[in-house]
Design a protein around this ligand. Structure first.
Ligand code: GDP
Length: 427
């Protein structure tokens, strides 16, 4: 019981959707606390695939209250499409709550996202063009619009009268793009407000009430630690805080209320978009892992870059998030390899580094130091207990846990819910 924080330990796409879905089976509440509709989760259950951008994946458990927290930015149009899609797939959304403090993506944000990326030229970040970064920037500039504003239309109109000229100035004068009108945005967002009204609330009493009653509350992270605005590979990061500290701020929960922090890691590493990736593989092996692991983005379909498991990254993630349990996913993707490698450190200008450095130009020119382990060359997909995993796979996992500094709680060996090995702390 108590609060479990679930964070991505790498560059996102670690399989948090499945892990949160498993953890939320016994949870009364799941809170998505940060990020926007640039993130995506996939949950496979009973042969059906559900894709989530904003709605917490706990929604598939009918009695679980699912909260979109104050740290999220959301595009109401995208959220409504997701709500409709989930409803038509038979999901019950009566337990969905959207924080009135969550910020909204406005129609000019995706336009500015695209224009700003183009202006960066070779230094582009590889954003998803959903307007998430520009919306977070406006939140920090204190010219953002919050979900609660949809319930105060006169206030929304007055604020647009002040904010929109600032936005239009940039669009028209800097980029030669067409301007937006107050009337157009007001009409569009009034309609969103009408359709979202039944979900909009202040979740503070709900969340603190659940904690006070000793219920199980899961914080569902989006993206991963190495994409954290402060702790990741800046500037090739997301515009929010995927680390556990960000998750708490984005849900309105204090650190002493947390019982456990689960770090989700793939048994190898992937990264989407640009930026340093010390253990990146190229060529045939990369292609093989990408195909076998279906490493294409949930939101954009972009091919992910792939590489070996990176212990300096994992150890760093364990420390900065306070991770006490590991969930290792996609072990099955490595099933047929003759050998597997673990990066234990980086060599840089004759020195051995054991954690990712702040200076990304250093990270780009590192030589990873690898340990090689024998592969297990047999399927792990039928394993349900630790002892049922091949001995070589167990050794590999034990070594990952030992080097990363946390125990293994579960190993995922396939996308389905039941393709899971609960280990209760191996390694
Ligand atoms: P998230 O954003 O961290 O939730 O990750 P995604 O949902 O984008 O990516 C995870 C993908 O891997 C999804 O398609 C899952 O169905 C799939 N997946 C999750 N766990 C496993 C696993 O153990 N093995 C395999 N083969 N696929 C998995």
């Amino acid at each position: 019981m108590g609060v479990t924080v679930c964070v991505g330990g790498q560059w996102g796409d670690e399989g948090k959707g499945k892990v949160v879905d498993l953890l939320s089976e016994s949870a009364q509440m799941v809170i998505r606390s940060q990020g926007g509709n640039n993130a995506g989760h996939t949950v496979v259950t009973g042969g059906r695939t559900f894709k989530f951008n904003l709605v917490p994946s706990g929604i598939l458990h009918p009695s679980t209250v699912c909260v979109i927290g104050n740290g999220v930015v959301l595009d109401p149009k995208v959220l409504l499409a997701e709500v409709e899609q989930l409803q038509s797939a038979g999901a019950d959304l009566s337990n969905l709550v959207i924080s009135e403090r969550a910020h909204m993506i406005m129609p000019y944000h995706p336009v500015l996202d695209r224009l700003e990326e183009a202006a960066r030229g070779d230094d582009r970040l590889g954003t998803t063009f959903r307007g998430v970064g520009p919306a977070y920037s406006d939140k920090v500039r204190r010219i953002g619009f919050r979900v609660g504003d949809l319930q105060k239309l006169r206030f929304l109109e007055k604020k647009l009268g002040f904010v929109l000229p600032l936005k239009n100035d940039v669009l028209v004068k800097l980029y030669g793009a067409p301007p937006f009108t107050v009337e157009g945005i007001l009409a569009e967002y009034t309609e969103y407000g009408r359709r979202l009204e039944r979900f909009i609330r202040d979740p503070f009493p709900l969340i603190q009430g659940a904690i006070a009653r000793g219920e199980r509350v899961i914080l569902e992270g989006a993206q991963g630690t190495m994409l954290d605005l402060d702790l990741g590979t800046y500037p090739y990061v997301t515009s929010s805080y995927p680390s556990s500290g960000g998750a708490l701020a984005g849900a309105g929960i204090g650190p002493s209320q947390v019982t456990s922090t689960v770090g989700v890691f793939k048994a190898y590493t992937t990264r989407v978009g640009y930026g340093p990736f010390p253990t990146e593989l190229e060529g045939e092996l990369a292609e093989y892992l990408r195909e076998r692991g279906a490493e294409y983005g949930t939101t954009t379909g972009r091919a992910r870059r792939v590489g070996w498991f990176d212990v300096p990254v994992a150890r760093y993630a364990v420390a900065v998030n306070g991770i006490d349990a590991l969930a290792i996913t996609k072990l099955d993707v490595l099933d047929d390899l003759e050998t597997v490698r673990i990066c234990t450190g980086y060599r840089s200008k004759g020195r051995l580094e054991d954690h990712p450095m702040a200076n990304i130009s250093h990270l780009k020119h590192l030589e990873p130091v690898y340990e090689e382990h024998p592969g297990w060359r047999s399927s792990t997909r039928q394993a349900r207990r630790w002892e049922e995993l091949p001995a070589a796979a167990r050794s590999y996992l034990e070594r990952l846990a030992e080097l990363s500094g946390a125990r293994i709680e579960l190993v995922s060996v396939g996308p389905e819910r039941d393709e899971t090995v609960w280990c209760g702390g191996a390694g």
